[in-house]
Design a protein around this ligand. Structure first.
Ligand code: KG4
Ligand code: ZN
Length: 345
């Protein structure tokens, strides 16, 4: 079975072609440079850019796969959550192709795409696990029992982890999106103390930032941490920025990672899972990946993490989720609308 999948929920125009769980093509046209001058995603610009980027991205994916549109067995698109005007572009294109080819349309939940992405390429398929989804818009702990059987245990009360990275990056004058920039600055090692003890880079103990909601249920909160970083930065001398930047980034990153790792492991233990999963844009962060891997090893838990290229938004994960829906006989009517607030469970 061959599936062509589109992802246009936010600021990446992505097209993928999968055949029976194997990715034949995965193209991502990023809009980062378009939105960078504004320090965040501008919805109107995003949807217009999807319109112009979709056709060349689709052509590139078809060329890589060596297949034509009429060879597909189904057409999938992210139908939510996300920006309504951006979702509409991918949805409308996928429905048009489905109609023209006389094949089914499959509406996919973006969060289900992230949730299943650690299992793309896993010979054992999707395994039960306690999964952490950490992206720019969401931070949630999900009990994954089987494809389609999910229970959300907790989510963030305010900022998502990626949002916190982006806002801290912005307040430090780093380019958008802040996540990868904060990681880079934390590892850069312009620390004056030189006491990181982690083989260079900023000192993660230089500033005592809060670890909100540790040990209290499955919810997260990152806005207090973000404010604590702001107050700390206001006390530092801007003229000395190069001497403290890596320490601030390393200390902030350590605070986020401590909370994410400890709450994920606590939830896995409480729910009796033998495995942990992690996905979403923030799971690209190498320090988070290593910290979770170390913690899972110590706790005797198996870890499934999305491949780095599958962490940030892409269409391969949407095609993979579509394959699981199709396997359960689930397709969507062409009349189905997009839903910016679509729930996972
Ligand atoms: O999953 P994603 O591409 O989009 C959403 O569905 O939100 O996630 C994007 C988020 C952004 O907030 C970005 O800053 C963050 O993932 N991110 C990172 C890293 N790479 C991307 N955060 C921390 N460290 C990174 N290396
Ligand atoms: Zn995403």
């Amino acid at each position: 079975m061959k599936v062509l999948a589109l992802e246009t929920s936010c600021d990446e125009t992505a097209v993928a072609i999968l055949q029976d769980g194997v990715v034949l093509a995965s193209e991502v046209a990023s809009q980062i440079l378009l939105h960078r001058p504004f320090g965040g995603v501008v919805p109107e610009l995003a949807s217009r850019s999807h319109l112009t980027a979709l056709r060349p991205t689709l052509d590139a994916a078809l060329a890589t796969s060596g297949l034509e549109i009429h060879a597909m067995d189904a057409f999938a698109a992210t139908s939510g959550p996300g920006l309504a005007s951006s979702l509409l572009v991918g949805n409308t294109a996928a429905k048009a192709m489905a109609l023209a080819a006389g094949k089914p349309f499959v509406a996919v939940n973006h969060m289900e795409g992230h949730l299943l992405s650690p299992f793309l390429g896993n010979p054992e398929g999707v395994r039960p696990c306690l999964s952490l989804i950490v992206s720019g818009g969401h931070t949630m702990l999900v009990a994954l029992h089987a494809p389609g059987r999910y229970a959300i245990l907790g989510r963030t009360r305010d900022d998502a982890a990626g949002e916190a990275f982006d806002k801290v990056g912005k307040m430090l004058g780093l380019p958008y999106p802040g996540g990868p920039e904060v990681e880079k600055a934390a590892a850069a090692g312009s620390s004056s103390s030189g006491s990181s003890g982690s083989g260079g880079g900023g000192d993660p103990t230089a500033f005592a930032f809060p670890r909100s909601m540790l040990g209290t249920g499955h919810e997260f909160s990152f806005s207090g941490l973000k404010t604590a970083v702001l107050y700390q930065v206001q006390k530092l001398d801007p003229a000395e920025r190069s001497s403290w930047l890596s320490d601030v980034c390393a200390s902030f990153q350590q605070a986020v990672v401590d909370v994410l790792v400890q709450k994920t492991l606590a939830a896995a233990r409480e729910q009796g899972f033998a495995a942990v999963g992690m996905s979403g844009g923030v799971s690209c962060n190498r320090f988070l990946r290593q910290s979770l891997a170390d913690a899972c090893k110590d706790a005797g838990l198996k870890l499934f993490v999305a491949a780095p290229e599958l962490t940030t938004d892409n269409a391969a994960m949407i095609g993979f989720a579509a394959e699981h829906l199709l396997a359960r006989g689930l397709t969507s009517p062409l009349e189905q609308d997009v839903d910016p607030n679509l729930a996972l469970a």
